[in-house]
Design a protein around this ligand. Sequence first.
Ligand code: AR6
Ligand code: MG
Length: 315
Amino acid sequence: MTGDEILLRKFEGAMLGAAVGDAIGAPVEGFSGERAARLYDERGWKMVSGRYTDDTEMMIGVAESLIACRGFNGEHMAMQFLRNYDGSRGYGPGTEEVFRILRRIGCQRWREASLSLFGGEGSYGNGAAMRVVPVGLLYHDDVNKLVEVSYESSLITHAHQLAKEGAALQAYAVALAVRSDTGGERLKMLRALKEAPISSSYMEKLSRIEEILRMERHDDEVRKRVISELGNGIEALNSVPTAIFSFLHTENFVESIKFAISVGGDTDTIAAMTGAISGAFHTVSEIPDYWLTDLERQSYIRQLADNLHKLWKEM
Ligand code: AR6
Ligand code: MG
């Protein structure tokens, strides 16, 4: 396989990996890790329905807008989010409130809508990080642009600094996974992540990741520390580092998703973010067919990945 073919498979792996993680995590969202893992162990880790949630719907919107505008355009992306919105996909209440504001004031004022939420501090939910995959792909070789577009695309719905940083960190993890040769050194990636422009709260989490990775303990103890020190919540700070850990701790795509599910909590989003990094690193070839065939709109998601790859080559 040529370098370009591998790169294409990494783009497809990231987008389809995110959607697969989302669809597997959705039916067990809010479960304890033990209960979630037990349900899937009993099913032989087959998908329940293959239906994705807001995570993938919004990731599709980010990709569609980047492709249509050949780069970031806030007004267009906000409009794309509204066009794609399906209220049955489980959106966070903050994001739905932003959509109501945008419909009222118009998408040309996309910079303002998210600023009024939560007493004016904006949302620190993981809703900006969960959808950022296409940004990580398109700008995988340009960190400054990657951070800029991560922040700007977050601002449409998430104005809080921790939400924007979470998105930039997740996009950067995807970018590093795209850049690394399959089989590359995982701890090297963690060191590179520490170079990202992130505040002390995220830096502290990255140090915890390193500590837990160094543990030579039983899986259950690792899981317990991940839940208590990295988190399994809907806040970007308590889920992006958990997704990064789920990738770093495991050897292949399937194991990374299984680990993410076994942490419980916001399983759809944590597994989606894990799947994006893991899929980018291991390529689409490692995502089992029995997951891909059950995934809703899998050929459309693959097509978006192909178009992002084409756009990257033309830029
Ligand atoms: N102050 C207090 N609580 C907050 C704040 C804040 N500044 N920011 C967020 N929260 P939201 P999302 C709490 O609604 O990030 C879906 O299942 C608050 O309870 O912006 O788009 C997705 O799939 C708020 O409702 O949603 C994700 O998994 C919540 O955090 C998840 O929800 C989430 O923030 C988050 O989606
Ligand atoms: Mg969701």
